[in-house]
Design a protein. Structure first.
Length: 311
């Protein structure tokens, strides 16, 4: 799932930026700064994947959103299993915030909402997600210092642009205002996201790491972005194969141009009354077999009359 943005007022090119200006002075050799600068190119590529661009514009099919939630569940299950394994390891321990950050249980609630009580029997890990999961397990078990890169890439984004994506998904998919289906984005134990992110970055910068290890962490963060992009691409391919979702009655969805409330058809669907939209009414009528036959006959008569007139 995509993550992060700098400000809701920013342009589309800013939508995935999650590094805000910090109040505390930072050094170019601080790990947070190295990660910020060292992942810019990967971040730009990630924000320009078709899946992410469509999501940010609210063009997300419910079935695809469900599959994205499944991918997140397997990803965070692996990440948090390895974080638990390394909670006392000095190369990662200062970044262990299970109460504040862990997402696995929240994602389980979302999957229960979408798939029902037997959701575990209905989901499976996709190929791209499995590759991501395998890498996280390898890092946690053999190179735990690199776990920092995966935690940073996921959680810092979730606390930033993820909060805007929550609103996008809630609006586009008409999810309940009580936040069922989007518990992943809800951090009940963090009262101030900006202050928490500053604390997290300060903890990262205080880790006792040499220059080589810091460079390896930046490299691993870029790998994390690539794994995310592979998941996005996989979801995009699935999305193209899904049948276009239609509004009630089988009529086409609004094309996003203009104010949806000005179309009487959609106003009626939204409960604001008004006659049917002439365009949709005409399209629906034209699809009837009898009407199509009559139109064909009229076209034939018109063509014959035109030919007679020319001769």
């Amino acid at each position: 799932m995509p993550s992060a943005l700098e400000s809701p007022e920013g342009g589309e090119e800013d939508i995935l930026r999650y590094e805000e200006v910090e109040d505390d002075p930072v050094s170019p050799m601080d790990l947070s700064e190295l990660l910020k600068e060292g992942t810019k190119e990967s971040h730009d590529r990630a924000e320009n994947t078709q899946f992410v661009k469509d999501f940010l514009k609210g063009r997300i099919k419910k079935e695809l959103f469900k599959l994205a939630t499944v991918a997140l569940y397997f990803t965070y299950s692996a990440l948090e299993e390895e974080m638990d394994r390394n909670k006392d390891n000095p190369v990662f321990a200062p970044l262990y915030f299970p109460v504040e950050l862990h997402r696995r249980e929240a994602l389980a609630k979302d999957l229960k909402y979408f798939y029902g009580e037997d959701w575990k029997e209905k989901i499976q890990c996709s190929e791209a997600t499995q590759q991501y999961v395998d890498r996280i397990h390898h890092v946690g078990q053999h190179e735990p210092e690199l776990l920092v890169a995966h935690a940073y890439t996921r959680y810092m984004g979730d606390l930033s642009g993820g909060q805007v994506l929550k609103k996008v998904a809630q609006r586009a998919l008409k999810l309940p205002s009580t936040e069922e289906g989007i518990q992943f984005y809800v951090f009940d134990n963090i009262s101030n996201a900006q202050q928490f992110k500053q604390l997290y970055r300060a903890r990262m910068n205080a880790l006792d790491l040499d220059k080589n290890t810091k460079e390896r962490i930046v490299e691993e963060a870029n790998k994390a972005f690539r794994f995310n992009m592979q998941v996005f691409d996989e979801l995009d391919k699935i999305g193209r194969s899904l049948a276009e979702e239609a509004q009630d009655g089988g009529l086409p969805v609004h094309d996003g141009k203009g104010d949806i409330r000005k179309c009487p058809y959609y106003a009626d669907k939204l409960g604001t009354a008004g006659p049917g939209c002439p365009f949709h009414a005409a399209v629906g009528l034209a699809r009837q077999p009898l009407v199509q036959l009559m139109l064909a006959a009229c076209m034939a008569v018109a063509a014959g009359a035109a030919a007679w007139y020319i001769l």
